[in-house]
Ligand binder design. Sequence first.
Ligand SMILES: NC(=O)c1ccc[n+]([C@@H]2O[C@H](COP(=O)([O-])OP(=O)(O)OC[C@H]3O[C@@H](n4cnc5c(N)ncnc54)[C@H](OP(=O)(O)O)[C@@H]3O)[C@@H](O)[C@H]2O)c1
Length: 280
Amino acid sequence: MKKNILVIGGTGKTGRRVVDILKSEGHNVKIGGRNTDPKFDWEDFSTFAPALEGIDRAYIVYYPDLAIPGAKEAIKALSEAAFAQKLEKVVLLSGKGEVEAQACEQIVAESGVNYTLVRASWFNQNFSESVFLEPIQSGHVALPMPEARIPYVDADDLAAVVSKVLLDDSWNGETLEITGPRKLTFGELIDEVSNATGRKIMYHPISMDEFAEGMKSAGLPDTYIWLFRYLFEEVLSVDENQYISNDIEKVLGKKAIDFREFAQKVAETGIWDAPLTEPI
Ligand SMILES: NC(=O)c1ccc[n+]([C@@H]2O[C@H](COP(=O)([O-])OP(=O)(O)OC[C@H]3O[C@@H](n4cnc5c(N)ncnc54)[C@H](OP(=O)(O)O)[C@@H]3O)[C@@H](O)[C@H]2O)c1
């Protein structure tokens, strides 16, 4: 049966893909964002109820992250609106290993609305559609925590999982951990990008303070600097947070996309190219 679905964050890395999948299946999909009609703005709780009107199911992507101060209040207000409007089900995107995000997960779990929680590892697409794209294009990527090993997940896999469990009630009440098939350090990841592009891209390990200073000079707001510090110092630094899960295989019945496959695909598009670096 075709559903009326709201995708909050439907213009972002995961939401955009979920919108495409659900539309291709014939569902009536609405995007909830700051430029949609009706508007959905996490900073204005009065926009929640109008955006949920007539909606059966919703994918919830909080921005910038469920760990930030203020997220709990927003998730509570949205959960109450979803319950009041008798939504059949919601799927909440959360961060794997983020203890701070679990209070928000709990609020959704106790809202009275059917739900599935999807905890994702870092996305491959952070390096092609987000903050780390520009450093790759420049040929120099400076990041702290060279020892951290992360099982990067592909946003295509994540979106396929979200689209499936949003419509399949057999996953109700479950918490899924979504990771890629292999752990990579930043150095190993950048080597994969170099191999895929044929350009020498350098990884420079720096301290957390140097990284924070760089974000400050680039004019990033304090919340983002706090968030990156939290993600590096409290999530990535704990190796137990970085285990590889097989939940993608469990839900989709296929192997998770490896970073190498992602890198080859992105390299073919040319977006990682820049004229200034020498060939390997
Ligand atoms: N990146 C990762 O590695 C990673 C890993 C695990 C979990 N996550 C989670 O993923 C989420 C971010 O998702 P994403 O990476 O797909 O997003 P994204 O690509 O960064 O895009 C941000 C999305 O959030 C929307 N947005 C921004 N401010 C908003 C506001 N005030 N009200 C309503 N919508 C707003 C934007 O929509 P408009 O601009 O159209 O309003 C856009 O759709 C976060 O909750 C994060 O914790 C990320």
